[in-house]
Every structure is written in structure tokens, then in C-alpha cells.
Design a protein around this ligand. Structure first.
Ligand SMILES: [Zn+2]
Length: 451
């Protein structure tokens, strides 16, 4: 049996996951995500596929983040006609992500007079081609090839893919979750594999203590209350929003006299939260326990979800103290921009960043002390205090990655993807030193034979 792996994205970079496994002519594509970040990265999504989607037999999606699912509709526009396997929760979240991304692409295409990457009908075909699978359910692809999904502990429904081809086992980590996540269960340890394709986004660093994470968030809320000020929290629609809601829920439910209003001002985050409520069985023990006491762990007194623009504008008329959660997570757009224009000029207010800010984004500039902020041509001085809590990251840090990899008994090779070049090169050395596993960094469009 000849097995060939070729990666067409997320090689020596963190976005654009797309990996093709050719097993004796049967072709499985694991993920087909978008490149994200600056404009050069974004326009790469329009490049032709370097494989023929018509020849792909099956697609497996690890999770719903855009850098893993964003180019799925494009596959259909180029002749793919098969299923996309994923967990039920991933499918529900991916539909929200793909629709939102289509809307943004449509708008950009119109403004910049560029062609669309794919059409509405390709998006609809992708949406209809999802096949839901439970974790650990064996799916046969042909008499010699089957696969199973395991919990990756990253976001709701996220999966590790274990593919059996004859007597060989190939494991794709997808994205691996951080430790002690507020909602999702801890990652599954897998013991046997010949080849492990593993992400290494944070392969070179340690996250802050996750135990202080919830306290830091509550402290920021209390500070806004004492100062009678406004706390702006930048959110990512998937996982981090729901993590934050759960922490706030726990606090508000146990402090019933606490009446500071919280506005969730993101229709996409609100929609994603509804998916979390639908798939409660994916949540960890702690979240399930809270569920037993409190019927809705994402809803608490004084939480207001503002879907319409009119409601969003009305937030400004509410006197402080108040808390506003809005996207985008890196301030590259979304309703947060309008809230910034209202509150950033007052040193009494706080802006809380809940995750890594890519250099070049507005979020990165403000977090690093930008002097002013350009609101549609109007300069507003930045006086509000910016802070960051990074313990909510949905990605494993170096020690968590090593712990997961250490679960394997004698794999033939670890192949690293999904991380900056220098990070992955450093991490490969650490894996070889600490676990004594042969490790290699995957390269773009460079077929490897898995013997
Ligand atoms: Zn992810």
C-alpha cells in the first residue's frame, strides 16, 4: 500500500490548513481552510488548487475555524462532489462561519472590484454535503480505509482524525486545545499511530496560568463597577465568547445583587452560542454540573443580546458602569470599531483583549500603545487602558502539546504543521530531545511517502 501526504496550506505558517492523503489512489483531504491575516495572505485564497478537486474522494473537517473550513465551498466550485465528514457540532458552527465569511468576501469583492472566490451555489452545495459523525464512530471509506474522530479539546466539536489504511495508522491532530478549558472536555490521548501530523502554533511558549484567568476577568468587571466606567471586551465568536459567558454566568448567578449590564453585541457570537446550547453533551464535567443547577449556563441576569444595529446604538445611551462584548477579536472590523469611537478617548474606560493580536491589526496597535485611532478619517486619542488576558487561548502551549504527543508509543514520525517556521523548527528539536521521536516540519506542496 502506498501512502502519500501532501500539504497545501498551514505549512510553516498558522493558517490555510489543507492536507491531501493519497492511499493507493484513494484521496482524502483533511481540512480546506482559508489563509488569514494580512492582504497578501487573504488573496492567496484565490490561487488555483495545486491538486484536482475532482479526484478527491472524501473530505474530513477537524473543526469549524475559518482557517480549517473556509475554502470548502471553493472545492465544489472546482469539481469536488463528495461528502464532508465532521462532528454535528462542527457542522453547525462551520455553517455559521462559512456564511459570515461569504458575506465579508462578497462585500470586499464589491468594494475592491475583484472576483468572488466561489459563488452562493457552491456555498449551498458545501452546506448540504456535510455528514455528521459522533466521536469514536468508525467510518469505512473503502474495504482498506476507515477513520474515527476523537475529541481535540480545542473548540466545540473539534476533532483529531485517526485514519487506518491497511495496517498503518495516521493521526491528524487538527488544532489541539489548551488545558482546563472552561467548556470543552480535555483532549483525548491516543496511544498508537505510525505517523502523527501535529499542530505547533504555540510550540515555543507557555501560556499564562489558566487558574488566574477567570479571576482576572472578574477583577476587570469589578474595576469597571467601582470606577463607574465602561469595559470593552474584544471577542472571537467561537469558544472564547462562550467561555467568557460561562465565567460571567458563574459570577452573576452567585452575586444576585450585582446588576452591571453586559451587552453581547455580536449576532454571529449569539448564533454560535445557540449551537453550544444545542450540543451540551460535548461540554466538560464542570460545565455539565453548572447546567444541573442553572438551566442556561450562557444566560444570566443583566445579560442583553443586541442583534439589531438599532439595539447596538442604544447601548451608548446606557449610563456606566457597563460591559460591552463585541467583535472582531482583533478589531479588524465589526461593531467594536463603533464602540471604540465612543469610549476609547476616556482614561476611565478599559479595553480587554482576550487573545493573541496579529501584528498589523488595530488590536495589536492599541494593545501596544497606539497614540490615536482612526475612525473613518477622524483621529481619536487613545486614552482608555488596554489589557490582555491570554489564558482563554483555545490552543495548547508547548507543555500541553508535549504531553499529548508523549501519549504515543513509538510513532515512526511526527510531522509538524500550523505554526510559524521558526516556532516549528524549535519545537521539532524539543520533541526530539524530550520524547525521542523523529520529527520533521512539513513543507508546502512537498509530497512525502509514509512507509
Ligand atoms: Zn482552530
Amino acid at each position: 500500500m502506498e501512502i502519500k501526504l501532501t500539504s497545501y496550506g498551514a505549512t510553516e505558517e498558522v493558517t490555510g490548513s489543507c492536507h491531501l492523503l493519497n492511499i493507493d489512489g484513494y484521496r482524502i483531504l483533511v481540512d480546506c481552510g482559508m489563509w488569514q491575516g494580512n492582504w497578501d495572505n487573504y488573496v492567496k485564497n484565490w490561487d488555483s488548487f495545486l491538486f484536482d478537486p475532482q479526484n478527491v474522494d472524501a473530505v474530513i473537517l477537524t473543526h469549524a475555524h475559518l482557517d480549517h473550513c473556509g475554502r470548502l465551498p471553493k472545492l465544489y466550485s472546482k469539481g469536488y462532489n463528495g461528502p464532508i465528514y465532521a462532528t454535528g457540532a462542527t457542522i453547525d458552527l462551520a455553517k455559521i462561519v462559512l456564511e459570515d465569511s461569504y458575506f465579508i468576501m462578497d462585500e470586499k469583492a464589491f468594494r475592491k472590484k475583484m472576483p468572488k472566490m466561489f459563488g452562493q451555489k457552491d456555498l449551498n452545495r458545501a452546506m448540504k454535503s456535510f455528514v455528521p459523525l459522533n466521536y469514536y464512530e468508525k467510518q469505512d471509506l473503502n474495504p482498506d480505509i476507515s477513520f474515527k474522530l476523537h475529541n481535540a479539546g480545542h473548540i466545540l466539536g473539534s476533532s483529531i482524525v485517526e485514519i487506518k489504511a491497511g495496517n498503518k495508522t495516521i493521526v491528524f491532530s487538527g488544532d489541539i486545545g489548551g488545558e482546563d478549558m472552561p467548556l470543552v472536555k480535555d483532549i483525548d490521548i491516543i496511544k498508537q499511530a505510525d505517523y502523527v501530523i501535529c499542530e505547533g502554533t504555540y510550540g515555543d511558549r507557555a501560556h499564562h496560568d489558566t487558574k488566574t484567568r477567570d479571576k482576572e476577568l472578574i477583577k476587570a468587571v469589578q474595576r469597571a463597577t467601582l470606577n463607574r466606567s465602561t469595559l470593552l471586551i474584544t471577542i472571537f465568536a467561537l469558544e472564547r465568547t462562550q467561555d467568557i459567558l460561562k465565567v460571567l454566568n458563574d459570577y452573576y448567578e452567585s452575586h444576585l445583587d450585582f446588576a452591571v449590564p453586559v451587552f453581547l453585541d455580536s449576532p454571529m457570537a449569539a448564533e454560535a452560542t445557540r449551537v453550544y446550547k444545542k450540543h451540551l453533551d460535548y461540554l466538560n464535567e464542570d460545565a455539565q454540573d453548572v447546567m444541573k443547577r442553572d438551566r442556561d449556563i450562557f444566560d444570566f441576569p443583566h445579560l442583553k443580546i443586541t442583534n439589531h444595529i438599532r439595539q447596538s446604538k442604544e447601548i451608548n445611551t446606557v449610563p456606566p458602569p457597563k460591559i460591552i462584548m463585541a467583535g472582531s477579536g482583533m478589531m479588524e472590523g465589526g461593531r467594536m470599531i463603533h464602540h471604540l469611537s465612543q469610549y476609547i478617548g476616556d482614561r476611565n474606560n478599559n479595553i480587554l483583549f482576550m487573545g493573541f493580536q496579529v501584528p498589523g491589526t488595530l488590536g495589536h496597535k492599541i494593545l501596544n500603545g497606539a497614540f490615536d485611532f482612526d475612525y473613518y478619517g477622524r483621529k481619536i486619542e487613545v486614552r482608555a487602558v488596554a489589557d490582555q488576558i491570554d489564558g482563554f487561548s483555545a490552543h495548547a502551549d508547548q507543555s500541553a502539546l508535549l504531553q499529548w504527543l508523549g501519549g504515543f508509543k513509538q510513532p515512526k514520525q511526527i510531522l509538524l504543521n500550523h505554526g510559524d517556521k521558526q516556532v516549528l523548527e524549535k519545537f521539532a528539536i524539543i520533541i526530539a530531545e524530550q520524547l525521542n521521536f523523529e520529527t520533521k516540519v512539513l513543507k508546502f506542496n512537498n509530497p512525502l511517502t509514509l512507509k
